[in-house]
Design a protein around this ligand. Sequence first.
Ligand SMILES: NC(=O)c1ccc[n+]([C@@H]2O[C@H](COP(=O)([O-])OP(=O)(O)OC[C@H]3O[C@@H](n4cnc5c(N)ncnc54)[C@H](OP(=O)(O)O)[C@@H]3O)[C@@H](O)[C@H]2O)c1
Length: 331
Amino acid sequence: MQAAAYSRTGPAPDVLELIQMDRPVPGPGEVRVRIAWSGVNPSDVKSRAGTRLKTLPFARVVPHSDGSGVIDAVGDGVSKERIGQRVWIWNAAWNRADGTAAEWIALPSAQAVALPAGVSLEVGACLGIPALTACHAVGVDGGVAGKRVLVAGGAGAVGHYAVQMARLSAASCVIATVSSEEKAAHARAAGADVVIDYRREDVVARVMQATQDHGVDCIIEVDFAANAALDLSLLAPEGRIVVYGSGASNMSVPFVPAIVKNARMSFFIVYNLSDADRARATRQLHAWLDAGSLQHTIALRVPLEQIAHAHEVVESGRVIGNVVLRVGGGE
Ligand SMILES: NC(=O)c1ccc[n+]([C@@H]2O[C@H](COP(=O)([O-])OP(=O)(O)OC[C@H]3O[C@@H](n4cnc5c(N)ncnc54)[C@H](OP(=O)(O)O)[C@@H]3O)[C@@H](O)[C@H]2O)c1
């Protein structure tokens, strides 16, 4: 079968190559999926670039944790009824050498989740990281019902889902920050009540105006290193900052504003959600998918052969929405 892989970290065109591999055979408890779409996320790009670790955990890495396709074989202990099921995949490249940038993948049955009817396979390749991250961020610690919520980067792949999900979760006010008119329109269409251009506007003044000087009860944060001080200026007493991203690996948090507000901060990475949190987020996500309540944004679809281009596009931050690779075998 064909796959894309790298055996050293570095720039996408230098290290990503198309290779031939043996088609995997599902082991006990595993399913084999004929991949239709492989989702490219910033995390995949950082791993390949060597931003996190310069040395690879495996001699060769087939990238990408997200993907979708159809189960075509099962290992011992997995019901044959799963054969033919359309699925979305999570954590395929997390602590594993072989991700979804390949024509087939074998992985534990639980990591291939039946895709709700009516949801396309290309959307299925955006669920494992962007949608589930947003779903957990909005639902964690009692959720956001009745709360004033700020989604930093409300036009991002995660942020756009978070705006929608905060709205669907009955937040009393959803505020999004963006950096352009196009992104403002995208966040507004997702349901943001107030959209603020954080590069050009006085974010504190706009948030205070929108919340009658109360501040926001919950911030869903894409870049805590850049925004920690701002967030603490905007946060209401007893408020919570849910951090899923940071543009820098070290950050400083102003102590006095944090302590006088009894600020709560929680950090999470979607790869390491507990079983209970993952199950809760997945249940909620499927309820919204079943109801057709979510808008999805596929910014770029390219064939597997153009994986290096896809990585460069994600790296550039230029697109609004998700980037997916067409691998074959699907809609
Ligand atoms: N913890 C987790 O499990 C998890 C899961 C998914 C993603 N992430 C991380 O979260 C980040 C975003 O991922 P993504 O897929 O949503 O990427 P994306 O589609 O590129 O979106 C990022 C968005 O954040 C905005 N942004 C960047 N810096 C900002 C700032 N200082 N203030 C406000 N907005 C800002 C960007 O717009 P402008 O640059 O135009 O402002 C962009 O709209 C990445 O670092 C990724 O690795 C973490």
